[in-house]
Every structure is written in structure tokens, then in C-alpha cells.
Design a protein around this ligand. Sequence first.
Ligand SMILES: Cc1cc2nc3c(=O)[nH]c(=O)nc-3n(C[C@H](O)[C@H](O)[C@H](O)COP(=O)(O)OP(=O)(O)OC[C@H]3O[C@@H](n4cnc5c(N)ncnc54)[C@H](O)[C@@H]3O)c2cc1C
Length: 416
Amino acid sequence: MRIECDVLVVGAGPVGTTFSYIASKKGLDVVVVDRKNEIAAPLRGGEAVSKFLFEEFYQDLPFLEKMHTWPIEDTVIYNPVSKIITKEQKWKSFMLNRKETEKTLAQAAIKAGSKLRLSTTVTDIVMKGKNIDYAKAKSIQGEIEIKPKIVVGADGVTSIIRRKLLGDTLFSGIKDWGCAIEIEVTNLDLDSENSMQLFMGDIIGGYGYIFPKGNDRADVGVGARPFYGKNPFTSRSPFEDFYILAELNPDMNRQLKRASPLEIKGGIIDLSAPLYPVYGNTILVGDSANQNFAYVGEGIIPGLQAAVIAGQKVAEAIESNSYEVLKQYAEEYEASFIGQEARRTVQIKDNISSVIAMDLPNDIKSMLTAMLELEMIQWDGKELKTALKYKSIKDLTDYAKKLIIKKEMNIEINLR
Ligand SMILES: Cc1cc2nc3c(=O)[nH]c(=O)nc-3n(C[C@H](O)[C@H](O)[C@H](O)COP(=O)(O)OP(=O)(O)OC[C@H]3O[C@@H](n4cnc5c(N)ncnc54)[C@H](O)[C@@H]3O)c2cc1C
């Protein structure tokens, strides 16, 4: 069977369906395929989004405003030497009901005219010069060919579209990656229902977390770079890391000791710099293009931003019959606040990695890491050289407090 359409969207995750909604609203004939049998199932994970950035999408994606969102008022970082609380705007968040959000996005795309085909796996692409001519897919109806004018690779971190375009290895285009295990739990003894908690200093190159979401539930887990500086064959999995942390970290254990899982999720998180996303008649959007806030591994907001811009530019490209217009998608995404922020967060993550690799006492590393994560030290590392001169935790903390006052930040540091 052969299907012809304006746009083939590979992947009906949050980014693919957002793109499909915008493009269909512009009148394009959109076919969106996903290998899953159900939208958002199994869920890889991840329900935290920045509140003020999420609200920015209500204009383009008005149905998001009706989503149930659990408010997170502040973020607490625990490390072996301190408890740090930030109430900075950036760290105020919403916890989404992600399954419901993804189904609502898919529903909006369908109502706008997109044709969603589940249980349909793209297995190969056939090129014609620099453009994709058609895609081959396996579906419950057997082998199909889909011949679009434009292809959108919204197929996530292991994107077949990216691999086919950049070199067919699993991690083509990915230079740095992490792995997260996330468990939705109930039966909690939370310190606060509205605080996101990060546990740093115990997991090298990562952190443990508790993200409450109301109704005696929370997403808890570990985001780690499992082979960080280690032999992969002797390294612990993030799952093992999580159970050790939940047992041995007193702050985590106090809140989770009675907890029981409702759902286990997990997957790879790309932490590389965003990729250039335009190749002939094909664009990459979302995780497939490494559009992610790398210092926390959050890709929903950057992906939605890219999808909204891409939807408009693909419509213009089809209307003007010119693939050149697609390049404006790359430019506009890079120029947007969120695109710039994604670049900055890669730099923050790289600064943190360089501190972790330094020969420093663990308590100093823990404090420096928190200072970088919360941007007491500017994203480009401006004050890192000075911070590295402080050899005691008290002197370093005094410097951190000076930076907080100077930058008028709403952050409190309590030494233990
Ligand atoms: C454990 C964990 C926790 C996370 N926590 C957060 C968080 O709190 N906040 C946040 O913002 N982000 C978080 N993330 C990252 C977030 O999940 C991603 O950034 C986001 O899902 C990217 O959306 P996407 O649509 O680009 O890709 P995906 O959600 O991965 O969707 C890609 C879709 O493509 C489909 N697909 C892939 N290959 C094919 C193929 N060959 N044929 C057909 N279909 C295909 C897949 O089935 C999938 O449905 C987390 C990730 C993990 C793993």
C-alpha cells in the first residue's frame, strides 16, 4: 500500500503531535505514525515542566490550559553538606499528567485533520538526491510506503530518521547522554507536597529526585550517566543507584521508606548540544534533534517550542514549494528564548561535568555543582575560576551567598 501526503511525521510523542496539530491547522495533509499501540504507553517518563514557559504555549496550544497541573513552588537541593532552597522563577514548575497531556495533544491534532496511524513502525527511508523520497513502514496492514513532500523526524532520542541522515549507528549525532529510571510511587511521607527535591553528591554525574504530583503520588528516580568515567561492565545501573540512594540517603529514605510503586518508567536522555535540524526536505524536531534542557534532561518545553515554529515553517515551505524555507525553522528556533536557553543549559551541564572530573574534596564538589546548577555561578562559568579558589566549605558558601545577594536571587543555603 502506498500513501501520499504533504507531511509524514514519524513519532506521535508530545513533539510530533504538537507539530501535527499546528501543521494541520494550517491546512496541510499530515500523516503521523507511531510504533506504539497507544499514545504515551509505555511512558518513558517525565512530567515536570517550567511553569512560566509552559504557560507561554497557551496561546498556540489553548487546550493545554485545561490540563491538570500540580504546582511546584520551590526546588530543594540536598547534598552531603547543605540544603539549598531556590524560589527562582525558573525553578517553579508544573507536574503534568503526561499521559493525559499526550493524548490531548494527539486528540487536538486528529481534530485539526491529522491522520494518526498507531502500530506503524518506520523501518527505512529511500532517498532521492538529498531528499527523502518515501518511507517504508510495517503496520498491522503489512508493509506500507509513505510518500510525503516533507518528512518530520519526531521519533525521539533513538530517531531512525536522524540515524539514516547522519550515519546509521544508534547514537549518531549524540555525544553525551544519560539514563533515567523513574518510578511513580504512592504512600509517601513528603516534607512538602509542592517542593521538587534533587539529591546531589551521591550519584556521580547525576542526581536522585522526588517530584510530588498531588494525591499522595510522586515521580521519584535517578537521572545518571551510568558509565560516567567508569567501565560499563562494572558500573551500576540507574535502577540499582536509585534503590541504594532511597535506602541510604537519610533525606530520601525518610520520605520514601513506606512508598510503593504504581508505574516504572525510564529511558535514555540526550544531553548533547542541539543538532542542526534541517536536511533537504526533512527536519528533526524534539529529542531527535537533541532539543533538551541538558542540565536537567527536560525536553518537553524545547520540543514544543520547536514543533510550533516547525509547523508554521513547513506550511510556508509547502505553500511556496521551497525546501529552503525550512532553514528558517532552524534559525527561528535557535533565536528563540527557549532555543538559547537549551544552548545555555548544555554549557551549565558541561561546567558541572568539568567540576566532577576535578581532583577536589567531595563536599567542595557538591557545593560547586549546586552553585552551577542553580546559576549562582553564571551559565557560562564566569565566576567558576574565583569559586575554585575557596578551599573550605565555609569560605565557598560565603562566596555563594555573596553571589546570591549580588544577583538578587531568591535562594537560601543552610549548611548542615
Ligand atoms: C525517565 C525520564 C524522565 C524524564 N523527565 C522529564 C521531565 O520531567 N520533563 C521533561 O520536560 N522531559 C523529561 N524527559 C525527557 C522527555 O521525556 C523527552 O524530552 C520528550 O519525551 C521528547 O518528546 P519527543 O516527542 O521528541 O520524543 P518521544 O517522547 O520519545 O516520542 C518519540 C515517539 O516516536 C516513536 N518512534 C520512535 N521510532 C519510531 C519509528 N521507527 N517508527 C514509528 N514511531 C517511532 C516512539 O514510539 C515515540 O512515541 C524525561 C525522559 C525520561 C526518559
